[in-house]
Design a protein around this ligand. Sequence first.
Ligand SMILES: NC(=O)c1ccc[n+]([C@@H]2O[C@H](COP(=O)([O-])OP(=O)(O)OC[C@H]3O[C@@H](n4cnc5c(N)ncnc54)[C@H](O)[C@@H]3O)[C@@H](O)[C@H]2O)c1
Length: 253
Amino acid sequence: MSGILSGKVALITGASSGIGAAAARVFAREGAAVVLAARRERELRDLVDELTAKGFEAAYSVTDVTRPEEVERAVSTAVGDYGRLDVAFNNAGLGAEQTPMHLMDDEVFDAIVEVNLRGVWLCMSRQIRQMLAGGGGAIVNTSSVGGLVATPVAAPYVIAKHAVVGATRAAAAEYAKQGIRVNAIAPGTTRSEMIEAWFALRPGMEELLHAVTPQGRTAEPEEVAEAAAWLASDRASFVTGVTLPVDGGYTLI
Ligand SMILES: NC(=O)c1ccc[n+]([C@@H]2O[C@H](COP(=O)([O-])OP(=O)(O)OC[C@H]3O[C@@H](n4cnc5c(N)ncnc54)[C@H](O)[C@@H]3O)[C@@H](O)[C@H]2O)c1
């Protein structure tokens, strides 16, 4: 099997839909054995069946990224099934209603930060333990254009996604000498369950976003997954601590 992730063992969170499911297909096609982690077992099982039917190596572990023991089980699945963990794509995330900050329930803030930031923290810390034992690795976190600029979505999302950029930089600085690279992607509008639900509540929003995106369209999840695959691969061997916009130019202007 030749591909930019040939021979790698990769753990992907939020793999039951959208960018995570696309990453499962792209990473597997590029030669990785993939371990899919998300909460919905049926979707995970179907995707594993699809990938194994094509001759790829794939397994799943039902995982809520806010639960440390489930994150640890997902890492153990990679090690138990495939012997090690080389790559992690921490992509699980939760969108939020567009409510003004001063009217927002504190519980909404807690829920968004718990998945989008603390979930990334729990994943990275457990993955790094394993990668140190295995002699190195590469982590890619999913931030957002909302992690680079204050897009008019819910403030907790913007806050948490900015923090993912900081978490990526902190981990990259801390583990560079130990052979672990840590990067992030910042997707712009990408066709997925999250964005379809968001568009459904806001007629005209998709067209509005196209108007402020130089490439003038919504990305397919595979286009975002391709960027994550490259950052996770040895082709990006001297790249660490960056957050790569995959946004059709949205953050250019
Ligand atoms: N779609 C976009 O336009 C867009 C833009 C910027 C960033 N993002 C980010 O991309 C990532 C993927 O989102 P998507 O667009 O593919 O949407 P999506 O809703 O299809 O996928 C999100 C995935 O995360 C999973 N998830 C949520 N909470 C979880 C938890 N506690 N534990 C485990 N899994 C959990 C969901 O079940 C789902 O599989 C998210 O981090 C999102 O914030 C998306």
